[in-house]
Design a protein around this ligand. Structure first.
Ligand SMILES: CCCCCCCCCCCCCCCC(=O)SCCNC(=O)CCNC(=O)[C@H](O)C(C)(C)COP(=O)(O)OP(=O)(O)OC[C@H]1O[C@@H](n2cnc3c(N)ncnc32)[C@H](O)[C@@H]1OP(=O)(O)O
Length: 157
């Protein structure tokens, strides 16, 4: 696994995202990495806080959706660099936002354990990357989802 997270390469002016921005002190600051770059597999870990509760003992689904969202967009940026044979983070930056986010809650997600997000890059085009994601707790897949990440429009930055 690489040591530096995809989000560590985001430029300062794009590091305010609530889900993954290192400049957002109130956000989740999610960090995503290659698990297996050749296979297009990525990983992120997150341990919810008590205030991320839905029903006592179980994680709030909105939090889970945002983790899938940011693991997806981060993985998409890394995959786009990989597809172009470029060093991650090199200029001009390849910036992706969420076009579509799909989340399927398969089983209740327990509080008190580290959640593991695994991403699989399934499509890379010039303006679009698709990432399929699972979220596991205690080796049980509780959530599956997908992100369609699309190149950030000029109107956003
Ligand atoms: C590693 C180093 C990185 C360096 C630097 C990185 C910086 C990285 C900053 C990230 C920061 C965090 C990011 C957090 C994730 C948010 O939370 S982002 C905030 C939420 N998202 C938004 O606000 C986006 C709002 N929507 C839009 O701006 C536009 O609708 C979109 C999504 C950009 C699409 O624009 P568009 O012009 O319609 O796109 P277009 O080029 O026509 O479509 C391209 C492809 O995408 C598909 N597509 C477009 N929209 C959709 C959709 N809604 N559903 C399905 N498919 C779609 C099209 O069908 C097309 O597919 P193909 O025909 O090529 O197969």
């Amino acid at each position: 696994m690489s040591k530096q997270a995809f989000q560590d390469y985001y430029p300062e002016e794009l590091s305010h995202c609530y889900g993954c921005g290192s400049n957002n002190a109130d956000g989740h600051q999610l960090k995503s990495y290659w698990l297996d770059e050749k296979q297009g597999e990525t990983i992120a870990r997150f341990t919810p806080k008590a205030y991320h509760t839905a029903i006592p003992g179980f994680v709030y689904g909105g939090l889970i959706a945002s983790l899938i969202d940011c693991h997806g967009t981060g993985s998409a940026a890394a995959a786009a660099y990989q597809a172009q044979g470029r060093v991650i983070g090199s200029a001009p930056a390849l910036r992706f936002v969420t076009g579509a986010l799909n989340v399927n809650f398969l089983a209740p997600t327990p509080m008190g354990v580290e959640l593991i997000l695994r991403g699989k890059i399934t499509e890379v085009k010039e303006r679009k990357v698709i990432v399929e994601i699972t979220l596991s707790a205690d080796d049980v897949v509780c959530v599956s989802g997908s992100v369609i990440a699309v190149k950030m429009p000029a109107t956003m930055g």
